[in-house]
Design a protein around this ligand. Sequence first.
Ligand code: TRP
Length: 331
Amino acid sequence: MRKTILTGDRPSGRLHLGHYVGSLESRVKLQDNFEQFVMIADVQALTDNFETPEKITESVYEVAKDYLAVGIDPEKTTIFIQSQIPEIAELTLYFLNLVTIGRLERNPTVKAEIQQKGYENSLPAGFFCYPVNQAADISIFQAELVPVGDDQIPMIEQTNEIVRKFNRIYKTSCLRECQAYLSHAPRLVGIDGKSKASKSLNNALYLSDTPAEIKQKVFQMFTDPDHLRVSDPGKIEGNAVFAYLDAFHPDKEEVASLKAHYQRGGLGDVTIKNILNTTLQNLLLPMRERREKYNYNDIKNMLYAGTHKARKVAINTIEQVRSAIGINYFT
Ligand code: TRP
């Protein structure tokens, strides 16, 4: 039997090249060897966007289109929408009894986000508790592996604590512990070469950008401010163009020789930017072609079918959960 994998994204905008190297690329590979579920976590996204729900709901289709564009194949991967599986919300509620406020406060991922968002004095309970919701996402699908970046490891630990406690208290083995399947992809920087690529910093290249937008962003990339003449030696560290060549150029030896040439002097920024532009246009062209094959109704049908399939799994688990607790009154 193939192992079950669950991953997901909060939909709050289109996906960019940072998502591609961080997770999308590996999902395309994993779908051949695993039973893969990919969740569009709109309920989780609402925990910090509840006043602007349209930001989330409009992104659900964008994210789904990005998935199909990169080659996530709905025949192999079950893509579904979190909010349409009410059993996840139900399991979250049972799980909340098994977690203390103190334990949630110590979750490093949430702690960092609370600071980032300036929630110190007005922390919404829904946001504070989203790790419990995530534990429900993972365990309701009996996921064995959860592909995540290292920032999400505390989520996996907390999930397993809850699962163990549930199984112990209700004398069952209906929920299974999971393992993080760590991504070793380095974080992709933005065009500024400093911070990581992100929507809020407005420094990312989107999978759905037009060829002209990609070219424009490549030519805006931070390189080496001291590299004034082509003949001057240039720096690689902090140079966004080389960070992107490392991440996307198919020929590593070619990149190594470009780096050496740049450091020696004699290789201009315009030349390396043209090389990067060609690399990225080649990467994005098949994605653009795939994206154009799907219209609104195709996406809707795909999401409907995936959600229906995922819900069956969730219903099966929640029935076991209810009978373990003893609240299966009518069966
Ligand atoms: N927390 C993840 C993020 O912010 C999204 C997510 C929600 C998720 N539920 C999940 C990821 C379950 C993996 C497994 O991107």
